[in-house]
Design a protein around this ligand. Structure first.
Ligand SMILES: Cc1ncc(COP(=O)(O)O)c(C=O)c1O
Length: 396
């Protein structure tokens, strides 16, 4: 018998040392549960950072992957496949945005959206290249995405980045009015900041961003990579706003193919015409496997949206109960199954102890417990998570 492989040691020796992983090696999953290599069970309330929308091992996703893998995985975008067209149609019907470009990740979606905004500005004037985004936002790790990410800790080692990025504080309408000018090519808003601590932006601010984009002929982009595609109980987060505010561009990714890498840029005709043949592309983006799985996911999601709203409401009310019980808890924020709990103490210890007690979750921005569970959880799963959290919180 060969020695068991110690993946932790191998990673320490052979991987770039950029991740601070939790000391758990996950071996398999079923629904909202996962098991580590030692057979310990965890309730998964972070879902691969908002990716595993239907949990693990969902029969329809498994069947779609198995069937498609046996037929055709990838052809490149030199050829058509059977799924990109129907999937783009579903995205247009659900989002109100006419055209889609397929990518492989959130960052790539932002990168393409940036090119769309820049090309739009370029076609009007060489001086129209500025992008306005929010302080405390997170848009990804590529140089373009970092340029508009409003957190210096992510940018500082790589500066100078793209010229023309301007940051404004969320909800500071006067600052937004000062930042958006004739030089603005696009306004890019992560309107429910995820990594930044689950902070929704006020609807009045979004509405003013829409007006300013129209006034100065800039494109308005909503980054829905974390909050989009069902997470809030709506297809897309901006549909929570009444009356809805339409962006010109929307980026989404995480849950859209349930763990098979896929991202999208959805755009109205005005934004889409900025990209002409040859100006953008991807080898893998929208390959047959990813697009087929996403189509399957949309079919399941249609029936799941009301459930996301109701189980999310129940979860939020149970978190608010915790907030009444423990005085180190501040605000409970978020929509649907994207919820954050602001603490008055660091959250790292609570997260670590919750994991030891069988609940996978995440702490972001040092003091915000972030929950992005799979959409298939029910009230009993919520009760189980609250029971673990109560025990952990009573012990800190
Ligand atoms: C709002 C937002 N934008 C962009 C990204 C980057 O996406 P990815 O990690 O898939 O490249 C993330 C990832 O957390 C995100 O939450």
């Amino acid at each position: 018998m060969s020695e068991p492989v110690n993946v932790v040691e191998l990673e320490a020796q052979y991987l770039l040392q950029n991740y601070a992983r939790h000391p758990i090696v996950i071996a398999r999953g079923d629904g909202p549960y996962m098991w580590d290599v030692n057979g310990k069970r965890y309730l998964d309330f972070i879902a691969g950072i908002g990716v595993n929308a239907l949990g693990q091992n969902h029969p329809r996703i498994v069947a779609a992957i198995q069937d498609q893998a046996a037929r055709l995985i990838h052809t490149s975008n030199l050829f058509y496949n059977e799924y990109q067209g129907p999937l783009a149609k579903r995205i247009a019907e659900t989002s109100g945005l006419a055209r889609t470009f397929f990518t492989n990740s959130g960052t790539e979606s932002i990168e393409g959206a940036l090119k769309m905004m820049k090309a739009h500005g370029h076609a009007i004037s060489l001086e129209k290249f500025e992008i306005v985004s929010l302080e405390n936002s997170f848009h990804g790790r590529s140089l373009g995405a970092l340029s508009i990410t409003g957190q210096p800790k992510y940018r500082k080692d790589f500066e100078p980045l793209l010229p023309g990025a301007r940051f404004v504080l969320s909800n500071d309408i006067a600052a937004l009015e000062a930042a958006v000018t004739e030089r603005t090519a696009g306004i890019c808003i992560e309107w429910i900041q995820g990594e930044g601590g689950v902070n929704p932006v006020d609807h009045a601010f979004l509405r003013r961003a829409r007006e300013l984009a129209d006034k100065f002929d800039a494109l308005l982009c909503f980054d829905e990579i974390q909050c989009g595609v069902g997470r809030t109980g709506k297809y897309y987060g901006y549909q929570l706003v009444d009356p809805p505010i339409m962006p010109d561009i929307m980026t989404a990714a995480k849950p859209i193919a349930c763990g098979v890498p896929l991202g999208i840029i959805a755009a109205n005709e005005r934004a889409a015409q900025a990209i002409r043949p040859g100006m953008h592309g991807s080898t893998f983006g929208g390959n047959a496997l990813a697009a087929r799985v996403a189509l399957e996911f949309f079919d399941v999601l249609d029936g799941l949206l009301p459930h996301i709203g109701s189980v999310g409401g129940y979860f939020k009310s149970r978190l608010q109960e915790l907030a009444r019980r423990f005085d180190f808890i501040g605000e409970v924020r978020g929509y649907g199954l994207m919820l954050g709990v602001e603490l008055k103490i660091p959250g790292k210890e609570i997260t670590a102890r919750a994991m030891q007690n069988g609940l996978l979750m995440n702490c972001t921005h040092d003091t915000v417990l972030r929950f992005l569970p799979p959409y298939i959880i029910n009230d009993q799963h919520v009760d189980e998570a609250i029971e673990i959290l109560t025990r952990v919180m009573a012990s800190v």
